[in-house]
Design a protein around this ligand. Structure first.
Ligand code: PEP
Length: 249
């Protein structure tokens, strides 16, 4: 069944005491809406501090990992290691990893496979840069990200994945996709999944919107029939704004 999910990507922000304070205020909230899953992606170094709260409503995810089992990969973390520290979700294909760290679709496919193998849920991010949107090629661009990153999965596997549509021009810019732009892309993503797999699978996959989502715009975006929640960057760094976004669903 399609789930409603709101996830917070903390990126490389917050010192330990700040992260702890934010996490504590989220776990101590006893009034979360029951029908929404909440996930936070803290810097990986903090995961083991939060793992004791694994029975709380707040689930843990990791922002990054290296898709090998173990070995001479200085500085990297394996999916088994981050899973052992409490992460149940992993971001794959975030535009910052693609643009700054050169992660290309072939490598992202490996990451998706590694996460699936360890039963960690990939949150697969896709989305077009501004120049692609301005030349009206956003559909073919996003479709090829999906084809190259996740459409090799079996039907049984793809059902376990979460997709986040994050237009690059909306991330951290304060410029949000309009309701029409978001709904139009989410609907297309669902249609491509139906074409590749079937409509039941397409209906069951949660597709989140990301890109300058805020307490002011979350409600209208989440009201779109094909938007099942959000991946939130900046506004997830404050308990107050993240809570308001979650309550908008
Ligand atoms: C993100 O980085 O995934 C994101 C959506 O960031 P922001 O909400 O700050 O645009």
């Amino acid at each position: 069944m399609r789930r409603k999910i709101v996830a917070g990507n903390w990126k490389m922000n917050l010192l330990p005491n700040e992260a702890e304070q934010l996490f504590n205020s989220l776990v101590s909230n006893k009034n979360w809406p029951t029908d929404v899953e909440i996930v936070v992606f803290p810097p990986a170094i903090y995961l083991s501090r939060f793992v004791d709260y694994k029975d709380s409503k707040i689930q843990l995810g990791v922002q990054n990992f290296f898709p090998k089992e173990n070995g001479a990969y200085t500085g990297e973390l394996s999916i088994a290691q981050i899973k052992a520290c409490g992460a149940k979700y992993a971001l794959v294909g975030h535009s910052e990893r693609r643009a700054i760290f050169g992660e290309h679709n072939e490598f992202l496919k490996e990451k998706v496979d590694a996460a699936m193998e360890h039963s960690v849920t990939p949150v697969f991010c896709c989305g077009e840069p501004l120049v692609i949107r301005e030349s009206n090629r956003e559909k073919e661009f996003v479709k090829s990200q999906l084809e190259e990153g996740i459409f090799h999965l079996s039907a049984e596997q793809i059902e376990k994945i979460i997709i986040a549509y994050e237009p690059v021009w909306a991330i951290g810019t304060g410029k949000t996709a309009s309701v029409d732009q978001a709904e139009d892309m989410h609907k297309s993503i669902r249609e491509w999944i139906a074409d590749r797999y079937n409509s039941e699978i397409a209906d069951n996959i949660s597709i989140l919107y990301g890109g300058s989502c805020s307490p002011e715009n979350a409600q209208v975006l989440f009201a779109c029939p094909n938007v099942d929640g959000g991946l939130i960057g900046g506004a997830s760094l404050k308990a107050d704004s993240f809570t308001k976004i979650i309550e908008s669903i």
